[in-house]
Design a protein around this ligand. Structure first.
Ligand code: DQA
Length: 142
């Protein structure tokens, strides 16, 4: 499958950022793990991260032009604010799985809202970086 993993703001700080919440594994560890799994399964995988909402919108639109068959997205803080990301996923119609490293449902009230969830086929939370692999498996089984 042609797959895209998108990560929003501060996900590049994994391992440094609040390790008690997000774990000690780095962004590089996340990339290595996802690429290793993709290689094993024969997927064509691209992984991108940005701290800017518009980049994420642009990459979702590009995915449609490039024939991407599944998106795994951790929109990070934009989960809780971005109608633009919701609209982008709806616009392209590519099966998309929402991932959160932490168990967002057990955290602050402001993290209980997810705009993008309405456009996603599934949500994975609280599984650390393994959650990205879970999300790929959901796309495979679809
Ligand atoms: C997060 C949860 C969000 O609430 C937070 O803003 C993040 C990361 C997660 O992966 O657990 O940056 O998406």
């Amino acid at each position: 499958m042609k797959l895209l993993i998108l990560n929003g703001p501060n996900i590049n700080m994994l391992g440094i950022r609040e390790p008690g919440i997000y774990g000690k594994e780095s962004y590089r560890d996340l990339e290595d793990k996802a690429f290793a799994y993709a290689r094993e399964r024969g997927h064509d995988l691209r992984i991108l991260q940005s701290n800017h909402e518009g980049d994420l919108v642009d990459w979702i639109q590009e995915a449609w032009r490039d024939g991407v068959e599944g998106i795994v997205i951790n929109p990070a803080a934009y989960t809780h604010t971005s109608i633009a990301l919701l609209d982008a996923v709806k616009a392209v119609g590519i099966p998309t799985v929402e991932v959160h490293i932490s168990k967002v449902e057990e955290r602050e009230d402001f993290r209980q809202v997810s705009y993008i969830r309405k456009a996603c086929i599934a949500t994975v939370t609280g599984r650390g970086i393994e959650g990205y692999i879970d999300a790929i498996k959901i796309l495979e089984e679809r």
